[in-house]
Design a protein around this ligand. Sequence first.
Ligand code: NAP
Ligand code: MG
Length: 489
Amino acid sequence: MAKKTTKKSNETGWDYAPSLESIGHIDLKESYDLFIDGKWVKPSSGKYFETINPANEKVLAKVAHANEEDVDRAVKAARKAYDTVWSKMPASERAKYIFRIARLMQERARELSVIETLDAGKSIRESRDIDVPLACNHFFYYAGWADKLEYAFPNRDFEPLGVAGQIIPWNFPLLMAAWKIAPALAAGNTVVLKPAETTPLTALKLAEIIELSGLPPGVVNIVTGFGDTGAAIVEHPEVNKVAFTGSTAVGKHIQRAVAGTDKKVTLELGGKSSNIIFEDAPIDQAVEGIINGIFFNQGHVCCAGSRLFVQESVAELVVRKLKQRMDSLYVGDPLDKNTDIGAINSKEQLEVINKYIKIGIEEGAEMYQPNCELPDKGYFCRPTLFSNVAQSNVIAQEEIFGPVLTIQTFRTVDEVIQKANNSPYGLAAGVWTDKGSRIFNLTSKLRAGVVWANTYNKFDPASPFGGYKESGFGREGGLHGLRAYVKLK
Ligand code: NAP
Ligand code: MG
């Protein structure tokens, strides 16, 4: 009998037979070089690092570590491609390349999903149904804009910025690459992109797709490495624009590094977003929304609804239903289609999450975790709920970036607005209520870049995304996303 990979979450839950996605169709090399000027080149230091599968700690591939010299080569290639080809090409031709990349990604969607799941630990359901389709859709969407920029910026002259240096995190590796590359190309820029060190593989597969698409050499360059590789991109004098998604700490560092230069910068940073449930909300749907808001992608979501605010009169009911639903979540092998919560992205991140769980307990909050079994190997964390939380508690203030939810209650609208806004971050919020007027009232008063009403974590390429306060500035997606890649005259 096949070994069970997902485990029944508790004694009352149903158990499913394992349903593993096959990995036979994927093509992974033992080692990957840097994609510079349309060619695969060895890193000048000769150094490679390993990327592992966080669900079983096995090495997936070796990946080149780009240093300053390699970044310089990539930026020079991007500059040359910008000057000689890309900025001169008719926009309708640029559109065709972007469209072709989208089509090729779509054709290889299954392979991309499986590789994303292996490298990042996220459940196959998510990478297959969310990450990869959305990544393709971003390329399709921006392919459509490339020859219509005059409608995006009516009555304004505009020109591309030049070379865009783009640095992305590990939580949505392919999707973040698409968010960055597609609008940059549509607006006529060339690109040097660095994926995160724990999740470089789908960006490298995207490089293979880009090669296959016939995109002129140097228009997109992919350099893998660590923070030093990212820093070399930020500091390179010929980079005209820095697009960064990642932690607020590194974002602040980047802002200091570009001070005094004329580099344009967009920063998409951390969050501690609130999910607000009023007594007239459809409670069962709201509970699903809470689950989706924080346990989706192991809580590795910048806009995760990690602070739950429930109106006092329904708090008991919501907590009871929430615990029941948490009991039925499957934590386990990310390749299993039954899995709700896959692996934490890295050992380091699991340590961070466990540190916060310990702090929560020490702060006197009450912790609830379903008593599900965890796989013996790999990095896993049970969904965790903290009640009896004070606004000043560390677990209610700092970004945990894991499946950890705090719950607080409120009585009035003004009280919850004040509590929700009491955070250094301002990325997203969710509001659950039957009253349209209340939704409009809150959307205008919550200091968050995105406010979802009666839903959570919904994304669309046409809809801009970005933060307030320490969650960063600049918008990605939609028309706003193009604005970040042109100079308006
Ligand atoms: P991170 O540590 O800031 O890393 C992000 C990227 O920056 C990685 O590619 C990283 O390389 C690189 N990097 C590290 N140090 C650098 C430096 N000094 N200069 C230039 N680049 C540098 O963030 P993370 O831990 O990967 O990602 C989680 C964070 O991203 C969370 O705070 C989350 O909220 C945020 N996030 C925000 C959004 C949004 O849209 N607002 C979306 C997704 C994630 P290495 O991987 O090699 O360290
Ligand atoms: Mg990995």
